[in-house]
Design a protein around this ligand. Structure first.
Ligand code: FMN
Length: 419
Protein backbone atom coordinates (compact mmCIF):
# COMPACT_ATOMS: atom_id res chain seq x y z
CA UNK A 1 0.00 0.00 0.00
CA UNK A 2 1.31 3.41 -0.86
CA UNK A 3 1.97 5.81 1.92
CA UNK A 4 0.03 9.04 2.04
CA UNK A 5 2.52 11.85 2.63
CA UNK A 6 0.73 15.15 2.11
CA UNK A 7 3.48 17.12 3.85
CA UNK A 8 6.34 15.74 1.80
CA UNK A 9 8.12 18.19 -0.52
CA UNK A 10 6.94 17.64 -4.08
CA UNK A 11 9.77 16.97 -6.54
CA UNK A 12 9.74 18.99 -9.71
CA UNK A 13 8.28 16.46 -12.13
CA UNK A 14 9.16 18.53 -15.17
CA UNK A 15 12.82 17.90 -14.44
CA UNK A 16 12.36 14.15 -14.01
CA UNK A 17 14.79 13.16 -16.74
CA UNK A 18 17.66 15.36 -15.64
CA UNK A 19 19.45 12.60 -13.76
CA UNK A 20 20.92 9.62 -15.54
CA UNK A 21 23.67 7.05 -15.15
CA UNK A 22 26.81 7.65 -17.18
CA UNK A 23 26.26 6.22 -20.61
CA UNK A 24 24.17 3.23 -19.48
CA UNK A 25 20.46 2.54 -19.13
CA UNK A 26 19.38 3.37 -15.60
CA UNK A 27 17.02 0.47 -14.82
CA UNK A 28 19.52 -2.13 -16.03
CA UNK A 29 22.44 -0.74 -14.08
CA UNK A 30 20.52 -0.51 -10.86
CA UNK A 31 19.38 -4.10 -10.87
CA UNK A 32 22.39 -5.52 -8.98
CA UNK A 33 21.79 -3.12 -6.13
CA UNK A 34 18.10 -3.81 -5.81
CA UNK A 35 16.92 -4.57 -2.33
CA UNK A 36 20.36 -4.47 -0.75
CA UNK A 37 19.04 -2.10 1.85
CA UNK A 38 16.42 -4.69 2.69
CA UNK A 39 19.05 -7.42 2.80
CA UNK A 40 21.28 -5.31 4.97
CA UNK A 41 18.48 -4.50 7.34
CA UNK A 42 17.93 -8.19 7.84
CA UNK A 43 21.59 -8.95 8.48
CA UNK A 44 22.69 -9.15 12.09
CA UNK A 45 26.40 -8.73 11.42
CA UNK A 46 27.76 -5.51 9.91
CA UNK A 47 31.16 -7.03 9.29
CA UNK A 48 29.61 -9.91 7.35
CA UNK A 49 27.57 -7.62 5.16
CA UNK A 50 30.47 -5.21 4.68
CA UNK A 51 32.30 -7.95 2.82
CA UNK A 52 29.64 -7.91 0.11
CA UNK A 53 30.65 -5.81 -2.86
CA UNK A 54 28.10 -3.36 -4.14
CA UNK A 55 27.64 -0.98 -7.03
CA UNK A 56 30.63 1.21 -7.82
CA UNK A 57 29.99 3.43 -10.80
CA UNK A 58 30.07 7.06 -11.81
CA UNK A 59 26.80 8.98 -12.04
CA UNK A 60 26.03 11.82 -14.35
CA UNK A 61 24.34 14.27 -12.04
CA UNK A 62 22.53 17.22 -13.52
CA UNK A 63 20.02 17.97 -10.77
CA UNK A 64 20.75 16.50 -7.30
CA UNK A 65 17.09 16.93 -6.29
CA UNK A 66 16.23 14.08 -8.63
CA UNK A 67 18.56 11.62 -6.94
CA UNK A 68 15.90 10.98 -4.32
CA UNK A 69 13.42 9.59 -6.85
CA UNK A 70 16.13 7.39 -8.37
CA UNK A 71 17.25 6.13 -4.98
CA UNK A 72 13.68 5.24 -4.11
CA UNK A 73 13.88 2.54 -6.79
CA UNK A 74 16.63 0.73 -4.87
CA UNK A 75 15.49 1.33 -1.28
CA UNK A 76 12.89 -0.69 0.55
CA UNK A 77 9.88 1.55 1.34
CA UNK A 78 10.83 1.56 5.02
CA UNK A 79 14.37 2.82 4.34
CA UNK A 80 13.11 5.36 1.83
CA UNK A 81 10.64 6.91 4.26
CA UNK A 82 13.06 6.73 7.18
CA UNK A 83 15.81 8.58 5.32
CA UNK A 84 13.85 11.13 3.32
CA UNK A 85 11.34 12.41 5.86
CA UNK A 86 11.60 14.89 8.70
CA UNK A 87 10.20 15.13 12.18
CA UNK A 88 6.65 16.09 13.12
CA UNK A 89 4.60 17.78 10.44
CA UNK A 90 7.82 18.50 8.51
CA UNK A 91 7.66 22.29 8.51
CA UNK A 92 11.41 22.46 9.05
CA UNK A 93 12.08 19.96 6.28
CA UNK A 94 10.05 22.15 3.92
CA UNK A 95 11.80 25.30 5.14
CA UNK A 96 15.15 23.71 4.30
CA UNK A 97 13.96 23.69 0.73
CA UNK A 98 12.01 26.93 0.48
CA UNK A 99 14.13 29.34 2.54
CA UNK A 100 16.57 29.58 -0.38
CA UNK A 101 13.93 31.77 -2.02
CA UNK A 102 14.56 34.48 0.59
CA UNK A 103 17.91 35.37 -0.96
CA UNK A 104 19.10 36.16 -4.45
CA UNK A 105 22.51 36.77 -6.01
CA UNK A 106 23.81 40.20 -6.95
CA UNK A 107 26.60 39.33 -9.40
CA UNK A 108 29.45 41.79 -9.92
CA UNK A 109 30.22 41.87 -13.65
CA UNK A 110 33.35 42.71 -15.63
CA UNK A 111 35.71 41.67 -12.86
CA UNK A 112 38.08 39.89 -15.21
CA UNK A 113 37.76 36.55 -13.39
CA UNK A 114 39.51 33.72 -15.20
CA UNK A 115 37.66 30.43 -14.82
CA UNK A 116 40.70 28.18 -14.50
CA UNK A 117 42.23 30.41 -11.83
CA UNK A 118 39.24 30.29 -9.48
CA UNK A 119 40.41 29.01 -6.11
CA UNK A 120 37.89 27.06 -4.04
CA UNK A 121 40.34 25.87 -1.40
CA UNK A 122 39.66 26.39 2.27
CA UNK A 123 41.44 25.43 5.48
CA UNK A 124 39.27 24.05 8.30
CA UNK A 125 40.92 23.34 11.65
CA UNK A 126 44.27 22.80 9.93
CA UNK A 127 42.86 20.62 7.11
CA UNK A 128 43.68 22.17 3.74
CA UNK A 129 40.78 21.20 1.51
CA UNK A 130 40.35 21.65 -2.27
CA UNK A 131 36.75 22.77 -1.79
CA UNK A 132 34.37 23.63 1.07
CA UNK A 133 31.93 20.74 0.50
CA UNK A 134 31.95 18.31 3.41
CA UNK A 135 30.30 14.91 3.83
CA UNK A 136 28.08 15.37 6.89
CA UNK A 137 27.89 12.69 9.58
CA UNK A 138 25.02 10.32 8.78
CA UNK A 139 24.17 7.12 10.62
CA UNK A 140 24.02 3.61 9.15
CA UNK A 141 25.51 3.90 5.67
CA UNK A 142 24.87 0.17 5.48
CA UNK A 143 21.25 1.02 4.69
CA UNK A 144 22.51 2.54 1.45
CA UNK A 145 25.36 0.31 0.33
CA UNK A 146 26.77 -3.08 1.33
CA UNK A 147 30.21 -1.57 1.95
CA UNK A 148 28.63 1.17 4.05
CA UNK A 149 30.99 3.95 5.30
CA UNK A 150 33.97 2.20 3.69
CA UNK A 151 32.53 3.07 0.26
CA UNK A 152 31.68 6.63 1.35
CA UNK A 153 35.21 7.11 2.67
CA UNK A 154 36.68 6.05 -0.66
CA UNK A 155 34.32 8.27 -2.63
CA UNK A 156 34.97 11.34 -0.51
CA UNK A 157 38.74 10.82 -0.78
CA UNK A 158 38.47 10.80 -4.59
CA UNK A 159 37.36 14.42 -4.58
CA UNK A 160 39.50 15.39 -1.58
CA UNK A 161 36.40 16.15 0.49
CA UNK A 162 36.48 16.24 4.25
CA UNK A 163 34.44 13.25 5.36
CA UNK A 164 32.67 13.12 8.72
CA UNK A 165 31.53 9.80 10.13
CA UNK A 166 28.83 9.17 12.69
CA UNK A 167 29.39 7.18 15.85
CA UNK A 168 26.20 5.42 14.70
CA UNK A 169 28.05 3.99 11.70
CA UNK A 170 27.63 0.50 10.31
CA UNK A 171 31.39 -0.01 9.94
CA UNK A 172 33.70 0.45 12.90
CA UNK A 173 35.67 3.67 13.09
CA UNK A 174 38.89 1.68 12.68
CA UNK A 175 37.67 0.02 9.44
CA UNK A 176 36.51 3.40 8.15
CA UNK A 177 39.85 5.04 8.95
CA UNK A 178 41.70 2.25 7.14
CA UNK A 179 39.61 2.78 4.01
CA UNK A 180 39.90 6.56 4.07
CA UNK A 181 42.90 8.22 2.49
CA UNK A 182 41.33 11.67 2.85
CA UNK A 183 40.72 14.08 5.71
CA UNK A 184 38.28 12.71 8.28
CA UNK A 185 36.43 13.82 11.40
CA UNK A 186 34.41 11.71 13.81
CA UNK A 187 30.95 12.66 15.06
CA UNK A 188 29.94 11.58 18.54
CA UNK A 189 26.53 10.95 20.03
CA UNK A 190 27.32 10.95 23.72
CA UNK A 191 25.92 7.93 25.49
CA UNK A 192 24.08 7.94 28.83
CA UNK A 193 26.96 5.76 30.00
CA UNK A 194 29.87 8.22 30.12
CA UNK A 195 32.36 5.37 30.48
CA UNK A 196 31.18 3.93 27.16
CA UNK A 197 31.46 7.36 25.49
CA UNK A 198 35.01 7.76 26.79
CA UNK A 199 36.01 4.30 25.53
CA UNK A 200 34.83 5.17 22.01
CA UNK A 201 36.37 8.64 22.14
CA UNK A 202 39.76 7.25 23.11
CA UNK A 203 39.78 5.15 19.93
CA UNK A 204 39.15 8.19 17.70
CA UNK A 205 42.61 9.86 17.64
CA UNK A 206 44.33 6.47 17.61
CA UNK A 207 42.49 5.62 14.37
CA UNK A 208 43.60 8.89 12.74
CA UNK A 209 40.55 11.17 12.93
CA UNK A 210 41.53 14.82 13.30
CA UNK A 211 38.53 16.34 15.06
CA UNK A 212 35.34 15.36 16.89
CA UNK A 213 31.89 16.70 16.09
CA UNK A 214 29.55 16.84 19.06
CA UNK A 215 25.96 16.73 17.83
CA UNK A 216 23.74 18.57 20.28
CA UNK A 217 20.30 18.50 18.67
CA UNK A 218 19.49 14.78 18.46
CA UNK A 219 17.96 14.45 21.88
CA UNK A 220 14.57 13.14 20.84
CA UNK A 221 13.05 10.59 18.52
CA UNK A 222 12.97 12.69 15.38
CA UNK A 223 10.39 10.34 13.88
CA UNK A 224 8.25 11.70 11.12
CA UNK A 225 4.49 11.28 11.05
CA UNK A 226 5.09 9.67 7.67
CA UNK A 227 7.25 7.00 9.23
CA UNK A 228 4.86 6.29 12.05
CA UNK A 229 2.15 5.79 9.44
CA UNK A 230 4.15 3.01 7.78
CA UNK A 231 3.55 1.00 10.93
CA UNK A 232 7.01 -0.48 10.51
CA UNK A 233 9.84 -0.77 13.01
CA UNK A 234 12.67 1.66 12.38
CA UNK A 235 15.20 0.19 9.90
CA UNK A 236 18.14 -0.59 12.09
CA UNK A 237 21.57 -2.11 11.63
CA UNK A 238 24.04 -2.94 14.39
CA UNK A 239 26.48 -0.09 15.00
CA UNK A 240 30.09 -1.05 14.29
CA UNK A 241 31.46 1.04 17.15
CA UNK A 242 29.31 -0.43 19.91
CA UNK A 243 29.64 -4.19 19.94
CA UNK A 244 27.71 -4.27 23.22
CA UNK A 245 24.65 -2.87 21.45
CA UNK A 246 24.04 0.00 23.91
CA UNK A 247 24.55 2.60 21.20
CA UNK A 248 21.08 4.12 21.01
CA UNK A 249 20.97 5.37 24.61
CA UNK A 250 21.85 8.97 23.75
CA UNK A 251 22.63 11.36 26.56
CA UNK A 252 19.95 14.06 26.61
CA UNK A 253 21.24 16.21 29.48
CA UNK A 254 24.08 17.63 27.42
CA UNK A 255 25.92 20.67 28.73
CA UNK A 256 28.80 22.88 27.61
CA UNK A 257 31.17 20.98 29.88
CA UNK A 258 30.83 18.03 27.48
CA UNK A 259 32.86 20.00 24.94
CA UNK A 260 35.77 20.18 27.38
CA UNK A 261 35.40 16.49 28.27
CA UNK A 262 35.73 15.48 24.62
CA UNK A 263 38.70 17.79 24.12
CA UNK A 264 40.44 16.30 27.16
CA UNK A 265 39.77 12.66 26.28
CA UNK A 266 40.73 12.94 22.60
CA UNK A 267 43.14 15.87 22.49
CA UNK A 268 41.29 16.92 19.32
CA UNK A 269 39.37 20.06 18.37
CA UNK A 270 35.60 19.85 18.86
CA UNK A 271 32.95 21.06 16.44
CA UNK A 272 29.53 21.74 17.96
CA UNK A 273 26.83 20.64 15.49
CA UNK A 274 23.19 21.67 15.74
CA UNK A 275 23.57 25.37 16.54
CA UNK A 276 20.57 27.48 15.50
CA UNK A 277 20.92 30.68 17.55
CA UNK A 278 23.67 33.26 18.10
CA UNK A 279 23.76 32.82 21.88
CA UNK A 280 24.53 29.12 21.53
CA UNK A 281 27.19 29.84 18.93
CA UNK A 282 28.92 32.21 21.34
CA UNK A 283 28.54 29.74 24.22
CA UNK A 284 30.15 27.06 22.06
CA UNK A 285 33.11 29.34 21.34
CA UNK A 286 33.32 30.15 25.04
CA UNK A 287 33.29 26.42 25.85
CA UNK A 288 36.31 25.92 23.60
CA UNK A 289 34.72 24.69 20.38
CA UNK A 290 37.05 24.92 17.39
CA UNK A 291 34.14 25.35 14.96
CA UNK A 292 30.36 25.30 14.90
CA UNK A 293 27.94 23.61 12.54
CA UNK A 294 24.73 25.51 11.94
CA UNK A 295 22.16 22.77 11.37
CA UNK A 296 18.62 21.65 12.09
CA UNK A 297 19.62 18.03 11.49
CA UNK A 298 18.03 18.05 8.04
CA UNK A 299 14.62 18.68 9.59
CA UNK A 300 14.81 15.58 11.80
CA UNK A 301 15.23 17.20 15.20
CA UNK A 302 12.79 19.84 16.51
CA UNK A 303 10.12 20.54 13.91
CA UNK A 304 9.47 24.28 13.79
CA UNK A 305 13.16 25.22 13.90
CA UNK A 306 14.00 27.64 11.07
CA UNK A 307 16.10 26.73 8.07
CA UNK A 308 19.85 26.89 8.64
CA UNK A 309 20.21 29.64 6.01
CA UNK A 310 17.63 31.72 7.88
CA UNK A 311 19.57 31.76 11.15
CA UNK A 312 23.04 31.93 9.58
CA UNK A 313 23.46 35.72 9.16
CA UNK A 314 22.75 36.48 12.83
CA UNK A 315 25.04 33.66 13.95
CA UNK A 316 27.86 34.82 11.66
CA UNK A 317 27.45 38.38 12.94
CA UNK A 318 27.75 37.13 16.53
CA UNK A 319 30.70 34.80 15.93
CA UNK A 320 32.65 37.48 14.00
CA UNK A 321 35.06 34.98 12.51
CA UNK A 322 36.36 33.66 15.84
CA UNK A 323 35.79 30.09 14.65
CA UNK A 324 34.81 28.64 11.26
CA UNK A 325 31.12 28.05 10.55
CA UNK A 326 29.96 24.96 8.70
CA UNK A 327 26.32 24.86 7.56
CA UNK A 328 24.14 21.91 6.63
CA UNK A 329 20.44 21.19 6.04
CA UNK A 330 19.15 21.59 2.52
CA UNK A 331 22.38 22.07 0.54
CA UNK A 332 21.62 20.72 -2.91
CA UNK A 333 23.48 22.85 -5.46
CA UNK A 334 26.76 24.68 -6.01
CA UNK A 335 24.67 27.85 -5.99
CA UNK A 336 23.50 26.97 -2.46
CA UNK A 337 27.14 26.65 -1.41
CA UNK A 338 28.01 30.10 -2.78
CA UNK A 339 24.88 31.59 -1.19
CA UNK A 340 25.66 30.47 2.35
CA UNK A 341 29.34 31.28 2.02
CA UNK A 342 28.26 34.79 1.03
CA UNK A 343 26.09 34.95 4.16
CA UNK A 344 28.95 34.00 6.47
CA UNK A 345 29.58 30.22 6.39
CA UNK A 346 33.07 28.90 5.71
CA UNK A 347 32.01 25.45 4.48
CA UNK A 348 28.89 23.38 3.88
CA UNK A 349 27.98 19.81 4.73
CA UNK A 350 25.71 17.64 2.61
CA UNK A 351 23.53 14.78 3.83
CA UNK A 352 20.76 12.93 1.99
CA UNK A 353 21.86 13.57 -1.62
CA UNK A 354 25.22 11.96 -0.86
CA UNK A 355 23.45 8.93 0.62
CA UNK A 356 21.34 8.64 -2.54
CA UNK A 357 24.55 8.79 -4.59
CA UNK A 358 26.06 6.11 -2.38
CA UNK A 359 23.02 3.91 -2.92
CA UNK A 360 23.07 4.45 -6.68
CA UNK A 361 26.79 4.48 -7.41
CA UNK A 362 28.82 3.48 -4.35
CA UNK A 363 32.16 5.24 -3.89
CA UNK A 364 32.17 6.57 -7.43
CA UNK A 365 28.62 7.80 -6.99
CA UNK A 366 29.66 9.80 -3.94
CA UNK A 367 32.56 11.24 -5.88
CA UNK A 368 30.26 12.12 -8.80
CA UNK A 369 27.98 14.25 -6.65
CA UNK A 370 30.88 15.97 -4.89
CA UNK A 371 32.44 16.76 -8.28
CA UNK A 372 29.11 18.10 -9.51
CA UNK A 373 28.74 20.43 -6.54
CA UNK A 374 32.34 21.58 -6.81
CA UNK A 375 32.06 22.30 -10.52
CA UNK A 376 28.83 24.21 -10.01
CA UNK A 377 30.43 26.22 -7.22
CA UNK A 378 33.23 27.25 -9.58
CA UNK A 379 30.68 28.22 -12.22
CA UNK A 380 28.75 30.28 -9.66
CA UNK A 381 31.91 32.05 -8.50
CA UNK A 382 32.69 32.92 -12.11
CA UNK A 383 29.28 34.49 -12.52
CA UNK A 384 29.52 36.30 -9.20
CA UNK A 385 32.91 37.74 -10.14
CA UNK A 386 34.98 36.19 -7.35
CA UNK A 387 38.37 34.54 -7.54
CA UNK A 388 38.52 33.07 -4.04
CA UNK A 389 36.02 31.90 -1.42
CA UNK A 390 37.09 34.77 0.84
CA UNK A 391 35.61 37.21 -1.69
CA UNK A 392 32.14 35.75 -1.21
CA UNK A 393 30.53 38.24 1.12
CA UNK A 394 27.18 39.95 1.60
CA UNK A 395 27.77 42.26 -1.32
CA UNK A 396 27.06 39.20 -3.50
CA UNK A 397 23.51 38.64 -2.20
CA UNK A 398 20.34 40.64 -1.74
CA UNK A 399 17.02 39.85 -0.07
CA UNK A 400 15.04 38.20 -2.86
CA UNK A 401 12.15 40.07 -4.40
CA UNK A 402 9.10 38.37 -2.92
CA UNK A 403 11.22 36.79 -0.19
CA UNK A 404 10.51 37.24 3.50
CA UNK A 405 13.18 39.85 4.27
CA UNK A 406 11.73 43.29 4.48
CA UNK A 407 15.04 44.84 5.43
CA UNK A 408 17.87 46.27 3.37
CA UNK A 409 20.93 44.05 2.89
CA UNK A 410 23.70 44.37 5.43
CA UNK A 411 26.65 46.53 4.41
CA UNK A 412 29.06 44.86 2.01
CA UNK A 413 31.87 43.41 4.05
CA UNK A 414 33.45 40.06 4.74
CA UNK A 415 31.77 38.86 7.92
CA UNK A 416 33.85 35.81 8.70
CA UNK A 417 37.51 35.98 7.71
CA UNK A 418 38.55 32.67 6.19
CA UNK A 419 41.34 30.80 7.84
C1 FMN B 1 18.73 9.41 8.01
C2 FMN B 1 19.60 10.46 8.66
C3 FMN B 1 20.58 10.06 9.55
C4 FMN B 1 21.38 11.03 10.17
N1 FMN B 1 22.34 10.61 11.05
C5 FMN B 1 23.12 11.52 11.66
C6 FMN B 1 24.12 11.11 12.57
O1 FMN B 1 24.34 9.94 12.82
N2 FMN B 1 24.84 12.09 13.19
C7 FMN B 1 24.64 13.43 12.95
O2 FMN B 1 25.30 14.28 13.54
N3 FMN B 1 23.70 13.83 12.07
C8 FMN B 1 22.96 12.91 11.40
N4 FMN B 1 22.04 13.33 10.50
C9 FMN B 1 21.93 14.77 10.18
C10 FMN B 1 22.95 15.16 9.11
O3 FMN B 1 24.26 15.25 9.61
C11 FMN B 1 22.63 16.54 8.53
O4 FMN B 1 22.44 17.46 9.57
C12 FMN B 1 21.43 16.54 7.59
O5 FMN B 1 21.33 15.33 6.89
C13 FMN B 1 21.59 17.70 6.63
O6 FMN B 1 20.46 17.87 5.87
P1 FMN B 1 20.32 17.33 4.35
O7 FMN B 1 20.13 15.85 4.48
O8 FMN B 1 19.14 18.06 3.91
O9 FMN B 1 21.58 17.69 3.60
C14 FMN B 1 21.22 12.40 9.86
C15 FMN B 1 20.26 12.78 8.94
C16 FMN B 1 19.46 11.84 8.33
C17 FMN B 1 18.44 12.30 7.31
Amino acid sequence: MRIHMPEAPVPNESRREIFKMAGIGLAATLAPGLAFAQLKAESSSPSLSLQRKGIDRALTVINPDLLEAEARKVYSEAVYVFVTQGSGKQWTLRENQYAWSDWAFAPHRMGGVQRDKIDTSVTLLGEKLPHPIVVTPFGSHGLHHPEAEVATARGAAMSGALCCFSSASTASLEDIAKASTGPKWFQMYLNVDEGLSREVLQRVPRAGFKAVILTIDAIGQGSSDAYVRTGKARPWLPYGNFPSGAANAFKTNLSWSDVEMIRKVTGLPVIVKGVTRPEDALAAVQAGAGAIQVSNHGGRALDGTPAAITVLPSIADAVKGQVPIILDSGIRRGTDVAMVLSLGANAVAVGRPLMYSLALGGAKGVDSLLQFLHTELIETMLHLGVNRLGELDRSRVIPAPGGRHGTAPAPARAIAPRQ
